[in-house]
Design a protein around this ligand. Structure first.
Ligand SMILES: Nc1ncnc2c1ncn2[C@@H]1O[C@H](COP(=O)(O)OP(=O)(O)OP(=O)(O)O)[C@@H](O)[C@H]1O
Length: 300
């Protein structure tokens, strides 16, 4: 659906994207995480057809997006700095969108007013930053997009509005096969929204995961044995981390719970406890595994 192959983008001597590969399925939500300067905005603007790639390829529904107005009618981008015309009210902006987007849905625009609860005759630039962001999401959803590309969309929204916006997005994914790619600095923010998460670091995707697989396939094991630890315990075990606290060993290992239970039971443990990891723990261990730290994208 969205296919990115070996994408590069330079700004003079800055290599903002260094061969990004990415694939997003129709009707799914892909979360793009990365610290400041990782290349998220550059990637999103290239996906939205605002920047032209230097090399590689971006295809949405099999087509190139750059200079493709028909495709851009269905692929909506909300930037982190939203621009509105001076003096325009929400209703004026809605009229403008109506004139541009052939799929504009007036009924939906009216229905969503109940969610956003903003005065449609107010000048947008006089609204707060968070309110302006709400207007952008409201207008965007009213165009019935097939794809939404969102640069830090929840920034500046209060917690009630964040949840409302997440719910609206998830509903459109479920009911209209909407596909979303959304960036954030904050893993927790994306945790309950995305099906897939990719981490962009210095212009490359360094880790990409399906959320369900991730939660299913990695566990923390607390185990103790009567006898000294046998070396065979490591055989066929995909270990990310190990630690000893007194007589208790703590392992972080890949694998399904039942396979791990079978594996450790063979060594007749005195104690065996197998727990799922939080997403934050998974990313910390996985990123350690590939040699990067992710402090900046986990807000403690
Ligand atoms: N228009 C531009 N001209 C020159 N350099 C740019 C431009 N846009 C981005 N860059 C550089 O490209 C790199 C990636 O920037 P980008 O804005 O894509 O990162 P980001 O992950 O979105 O960061 P942030 O989280 O801080 O918004 C940075 O080194 C930045 O300085």
């Amino acid at each position: 659906m969205i296919e990115v192959k070996n994408l590069t983008k330079d700004f003079d001597d800055i290599k903002a994207l260094k061969g990004v590969d990415l694939s997003v399925k129709e009707g799914s939500i892909y979360g793009l995480l990365g610290s400041n300067g990782a290349g998220k905005t550059t990637l999103l603007k290239t996906l939205a057809g605002i920047y032209k790639e230097d090399s590689g390829e971006v295809r949405i529904f099999g087509e190139r997006i750059f200079e493709n107005p028909t495709l851009k009618n269905r692929v909506l981008f909300i930037p982190d700095n939203i621009y509105y015309f001076a003096g325009y009210t929400i209703n004026d902006m809605a009229e403008f969108y109506k004139s541009i987007y052939s799929t504009w849905n007036q009924e939906r625009y009216m229905a969503l007013q109940k969610v956003f609860n903003l005065d449609t005759n107010k000048k947008i630039i006089k609204l707060s930053k968070g309110m302006q962001r709400q207007v952008a999401i409201w207008l965007c959803l009213s165009t019935m997009p097939k794809v939404m590309i969102l640069d830090e969309p929840l920034d500046g929204l209060d917690s009630v509005m964040r949840q409302k916006v997440k719910n609206l997005l998830i509903q459109d994914v479920a009911n209209h096969q909407l596909t979303i790619i959304v960036s954030s600095h904050n893993l927790r923010e994306l945790e309950d929204l995305c099906d897939h998460i990719g981490i962009l670091h210095e212009g490359s995707i360094v880790l990409e995961k399906d959320m369900d697989d991730m939660k299913r396939d990695i566990h923390k094991i607390q185990v103790s044995f009567k006898n000294p630890l046998s070396k065979e315990i490591y055989d066929n075990l995909s270990l990310l981390y190990k630690e000893q606290r007194g007589s208790v060993y703590i392992f972080i290992a890949r694998g399904e719970r039942k396979d791990l239970v079978n594996h450790f039971t063979e060594f007749e443990p005195l104690l065996l406890d197998i727990l799922p990891l939080t997403l934050e723990e998974i990313f910390t261990y996985e990123m350690g595994d590939v040699g990067y730290a992710i402090e900046n994208i986990i807000i403690k």
